[in-house]
Design a protein around this ligand. Sequence first.
Ligand SMILES: Cc1cc2nc3c(=O)[nH]c(=O)nc-3n(C[C@H](O)[C@H](O)[C@H](O)COP(=O)(O)O)c2cc1C
Length: 214
Amino acid sequence: MKDIIEIFRDGHHEFEKGNLDKIPSNSPFELFEIWIKEAFDSGELESNAFVLSTVNQDNIPSSRIVYFKDVVEKQFVFYTNYSSSKGQDIASNENVSMLFFWPKAARQIQIKGKCTKVSAEMSDVYFSSRPRGSQIGAWASNQSEILSERSELEKRLNDYETKFPNKVPRPDDWGGYQIEPLSFEFWQGRKSRLHDRVQFDKSENGWDVYRKNP
Ligand SMILES: Cc1cc2nc3c(=O)[nH]c(=O)nc-3n(C[C@H](O)[C@H](O)[C@H](O)COP(=O)(O)O)c2cc1C
């Protein structure tokens, strides 16, 4: 542990990958699209993975990675188990934050917004597009609940394989969430820690745009 901490302490790298001197669009959605495409095209691994942070009933935050799947009517969509820890958090507090990090481009985007369930029809369409293994897995896994041993999961997997030999229906507690963004912060790493930070806050007429100190 000490060795690796030493490496981090000595390691210092300059961010010189780009800049936001000129903001390419006054729509945060357009800028998001440009950046995620560039992340994907540059071969960034897991370019559509983001950190989703939620807050539970006791005001304790949690973070985990999920996959960004779509933007529908200006809302960011991801899929998960509604009974999971994150699902329970969202049920009691709709405020969430999303964080994308693309190290190759020295960029991060933080989005804060309100999270609600997508329609059952939309979840059905997405669920039916998934590979059979993932569909059966969604039935077998009581996500976030205690598992006494791995074999319990394997057994449930086998049981559902038998139960659904053909089409696998979507479990009621599995589906999509949509996040309506209220703010975006685009961060571009720059030299000497003088990074660009451009914030978009939702206002009555659109978006208020301003820069923040790095
Ligand atoms: C790259 C990556 C992508 C993931 N994508 C998803 C996802 O789209 N949906 C999901 O429920 N969990 C996903 N996970 C697993 C979550 O990080 C997490 O372990 C799980 O959702 C349980 O979270 P919770 O107990 O906080 O609810 C992903 C994990 C990684 C590392």
